[in-house]
Design a protein around this ligand. Structure first.
Ligand code: UD1
Length: 420
């Protein structure tokens, strides 16, 4: 299994370009099932999660060409022959569940394996199903699968989400664009990736108002056409490089970003003593002064992103003072902390809170990437830990970061990928 070996290095310096957003491209690939035309998606990050989503829609009958060199994906969904998303694919990547809305809308039926538990907690899909049921779908569960069927078209409905779930908002939005009449999603998620999906759907011919606010109104249309769309930059990848720069005391310009999408990350890094300056499409991070403790509470957008929680924990492990980190989005997103502690971090977890007492020295150790962002956090800790850090299970990191080690090496990090 591949591993990363990281030696404590010099501060990161240089320029790096963020890739297209993983969390935008996955629902957009699912949304391409809504048309029998051809969709061209640009600025694709060539990641394992993207390959898994492509494999899934191919198994449903779509024809897919991934042009890795061009970061472009061409999808022909003219002939959908299957409506079953099997366990092997849904288990590999929970975002596979996002094909349910498009399949129900276009084929009137979907059978999707129920996603299991995962390393960041219990992740139910009840809000997705509540939305489909409100739109007239009959939903049954059996043998580990959810089967949803509708007679005729789905019907527009008023749907209130008990929590502004990103996935449920996207799935219901995709179902609603071809439904009969108006759907209103209340307490909808307002993440930039929802807005990007809406831009794609609108250019296909969908009638959507209010994306990016907590009330989205969708007037169903009869059909959608294939279009070309470029996905937005990955705010979490960019944020991870911001924290990597900060922890290493470096000086890096991150290009291809929307600075507004990173406001909470910039604010917390500034509080920690890092200089951040923003241009139209880039962010300049200058660190070097001692890092200070800060308190962080994760929230849905525009709050501090849960996907940046573990990277900040790595940073706060070496900041002076005591920080409190509260996770409010997922119920068990601190599994990586025992790995960070093996590197010398002083952290106490109590329920959804972690109390981090900064130390001036982390030590290299063999640690395991327990999930995608946790893996990134361990890499960041490895940049400043004395000696060598070995990170195993890095396939989690490869799911979400395109050429992570290569990009870090370009900035001067001493990191190698060992395949054996
Ligand atoms: C998406 C992102 C993920 C990010 C998360 C929160 C993708 C592919 N993934 O995940 O990287 O960490 O948003 O920003 O875009 N919930 C329910 N019932 C549901 C759905 C969700 O209770 O039906 C709960 C979840 O258990 C969790 C919370 O809502 O506690 C947030 O989940 P959600 O916003 O749905 O996250 P995802 O869409 O799975």
């Amino acid at each position: 299994m591949p591993r990363f070996l990281i030696n404590k290095g010099t501060p990161l310096r240089g320029r790096i370009r963020a890739s297209g957003a993983k969390n935008s491209v996955l629902p957009i690939i699912a949304a391409s099932l809504l048309t029998d035309g051809k969709s061209t998606i640009e600025e694709i990050p060539c990641l394992n999660d993207v390959r898994t989503m492509c494999e899934l829609i191919e198994c449903l009958g779509a024809r897919v060409r991934l042009e890795e060199g061009q970061n472009r994906l061409i999808i022909d969904s003219g002939n959908i022959t299957n409506t079953v998303a099997p366990y092997e694919l849904v288990n590999k990547m929970r975002a596979s569940f996002l094909v349910m809305g498009p399949l129900l809308a276009r084929q009137g039926m979907a059978k999707i394996s129920l996603p299991g538990g995962c390393a960041i907690g219990n992740r139910p899909v009840d809000l997705h199903l509540k939305g489909f049921a409100a739109m007239g779908a009959d939903i049954v569960q059996g043998h580990g699968y959810i089967i949803a069927k509708t007679r005729g078209r789905l019907r527009g409905s008023r749907i209130y989400l008990d929590f502004p779930s990103v996935g449920a908002t996207e799935n219901i939005l995709m179902a609603a664009v071809l439904a009969e009449g108006q759907t209103i999603i209340e307490n909808a998620a307002i993440e930039p990736e929802i807005v990007d999906l809406t831009t794609f759907l609108t250019s296909m011919g969908a009638d959507i108002k209010g994306a990016g606010t907590d009330t989205i109104r969708i007037n169903g249309v009869k059909e959608l056409k294939g279009v070309t769309h470029a996905v937005i930059p990955d705010r979490i990848e960019a944020g991870t490089f911001m924290v990597a720069t900060a922890i290493s005391g470096g000086d890096v310009i991150i290009e291809n970003v929307v600075p507004d999408h990173l406001k909470p990350v910039s604010a917390k890094l500034r509080e920690a003593g890092v200089e951040i300056s923003e241009e139209l499409t880039s962010i300049h991070v200058r660190a070097g002064k001692p890092l200070k403790a800060v308190d962080i509470k994760t929230h849905p957008y525009p709050g501090f992103p849960t996907d940046m929680q573990s990277q900040m924990a790595a940073l706060l492990s070496v900041a002076s003072g005591t920080s409190i980190l509260i996770e409010t989005v997922f119920d068990n997103r601190f599994m990586y902390i025992s790995e960070l502690k093996r590197m010398g971090a002083k952290i106490k977890v109590e329920g959804r809170s972690a109390v981090i007492e900064g130390t001036d020295k982390l030590m290299g150790a063999t640690v395991r990437a327990t999930d995608l962002r946790a893996g990134a956090a361990l890499v960041l800790a490895g940049l400043v830990a004395e000696g060598t850090t070995e990170i195993t299970d890095i396939e989690h990191i490869d799911r979400g970061y395109m050429n992570f080690d290569e990009k870090l090496r370009k900035l001067g990090a001493d990191i190698v990928r060992v395949e054996d």
